[in-house]
Design a protein around this ligand. Structure first.
Ligand SMILES: C[S@@+](CC[C@H](N)C(=O)[O-])C[C@H]1O[C@@H](n2cnc3c(N)ncnc32)[C@H](O)[C@@H]1O
Length: 243
């Protein structure tokens, strides 16, 4: 079994998947409140921008990967309407359940499916839009997952990858202080789980930067890839088009 990263630690690939599963089983119930707290609500703006860039309209077929508590799924379901088809998927049963309950409570009846982004159980050329928000970073074989996302898209379809990225130089020091000092502290106080939020900070630093991710998407089969930096590169939205 090959080695990979779990935050700053080197672990074998099997162990990474188990540790990531442990993080998300542990944070699922507090995930939404922590998301608002940690980002000061900014994640809502980043997601709003993602939806605006999606091209999803009435009747679209959309796959939300690593969808967790379902923020994007819900917004896509609104846009795709009754004639659309929107899937809420995640590898983690705790995150999927919290998301499914939230979607139902908000009046959205969409399929929720437990599945691994690296082996998608969907046919080729099926979706108009595939999204993965803050999920790719946690995957063991990112290339395999990106190739799967490309496979299930129709020609002309688009992949949206919303993910933490490399910050603009002058922001680096305050951002590091925030990530490595304040974040684990908030994780302890609010969720009694400092390790999961330490992993969050470390996994962000280990994730490919904007241009590297763009190259990975091109190598995975996307014909055109571009990206937008949001909040000084704290987050980037990559758009990949299958030709
Ligand atoms: C930080 S949450 C993001 C949830 C949601 N997309 C959002 O933006 O709020 C990351 C999610 O990625 C999921 N995940 C990690 N590895 C995955 C994989 N290989 N396939 C599918 N989902 C995965 C986790 O279970 C977790 O729910």
């Amino acid at each position: 079994m090959a080695d990979t990263h779990f935050g700053f630690k080197t672990v074998d690939e099997n162990e990474k998947a188990q540790k990531v599963a442990g993080v998300f089983h542990s944070v699922a119930q507090k995930y939404d409140v922590m998301n608002d707290l940690m980002s000061g609500g900014l994640h809502r703006i980043w997601k709003h921008f993602t939806i605006a860039q999606s091209g999803v309209r009435e009747g679209s077929r959309v796959l939300d990967i690593a969808a967790g508590t379902g923020d994007l799924t819900k917004a896509f379901a609104k846009k795709a309407g009754k004639s659309g088809e929107v899937w809420h998927t995640d590898i983690n049963s705790s995150m999927l359940q919290v998301g499914r309950d939230r979607l139902l409570d908000a009046g959205f009846v969409v399929p929720s499916l437990l599945c691994d982004a690296e082996k998608l159980p969907f046919p080729d050329n099926y979706f108009d839009c595939v999204s993965v928000a803050f999920g790719l970073r946690n995957m063991t074989h990112k290339d395999a997952a990106l190739s799967e996302m490309c496979r299930v898209l129709k020609p002309g379809g688009r992949l949206l990858v919303l993910e933490f990225s490399k910050v603009w130089g002058p922001l680096k020091m305050p951002y590091d202080f925030y990530s490595f000092k304040l974040l684990p502290m908030m994780g302890k106080l609010v969720a009694d789980d400092p390790e999961s939020y330490q992993y969050l900070a470390e996994s962000i630093r280990m994730h490919p930067d904007q241009d590297t991710l763009k190259e990975m998407m091109l190598a995975s089969g996307f014909g055109v890839v571009n990206y937008h930096n949001l909040t000084g590169g704290v987050v980037a939205l990559h758009k990949g088009f299958k030709l």
